[in-house]
Design a protein around this ligand. Sequence first.
Ligand SMILES: O=C(O)c1ccccc1NCC(=O)[C@H](O)[C@H](O)COP(=O)(O)O
Length: 259
Amino acid sequence: MTILEKITSYKKQEVFARKMAFPLSLLKQSKLYNRECFSMAKNVSEGSGIIAEHKRRSPSKSVINEKVLVPEVVIGYEKAGVSAISILTDTKFFGGSLDDLLVARAHVNIPLLRKDFIIDPYQIHEAKAYGADAILLIAACLDEKQLKEYSEIAKQLGMDVLLEIHNEAELKRSLHPTVDLLGVNNRNLKTFEVSLEASKRLSTLMPDTYVKISESGISSVDAINELKPFGFKGFLIGERFMKTENPGESAEHFINALS
Ligand SMILES: O=C(O)c1ccccc1NCC(=O)[C@H](O)[C@H](O)COP(=O)(O)O
């Protein structure tokens, strides 16, 4: 079983339990459910392009940082000038939660991405109810019909959609008009190896109508300078910032060094 299969299989049980405990009708009564979202696509295209992630641990690295508090991290990221913040809400594999998203929403006024493994429309409504401005859809977890349907639901709720791909076949079935940002994950989810070559290779096949994002394994300003000529406008960075004592300060130094 691959890590993605393990995660999505667990996710199905988890989502089923949450739906029972907190039905969609209740989610829709959340104050945040009707708020107007910030546009992640716009902020990424017009700003520094850095999407900084709150990430406590991961299947590839185990513990990254379980000490820093969400407000400290997100306020630091906003002050640093990031274009958006990615909040990992998966608990079992990444140590995050929907409460992290809620806390982040209460402290910053920039786009928040709900970073999770979405396998059910309920999670899209949940993202909105907990303060997200955008959701991640992973092509490897969904078929073409689901990609279309789920991105349409997110747009109806006023959220942006970041669609993540790993290869050409996934790219071909992901090109829906309801997708705003197309992201290449540089991490091979079978071996956990990261290589920027994945982004470079797929960049030529990605239509310019989407904001191009390179995700994972970005650890230096040199890497950003290497990716920009391939049309990438956004860079999703987790571990590089989170492994430090002060992720916000670390993001600030990084952004100040960008040309
Ligand atoms: O990070 C992992 O180990 C991982 C394993 C399996 C599925 C997804 C995984 N990561 C999710 C992400 O997309 C990253 O957290 C994100 O791109 C930031 O990556 P990094 O800068 O390398 O922390």
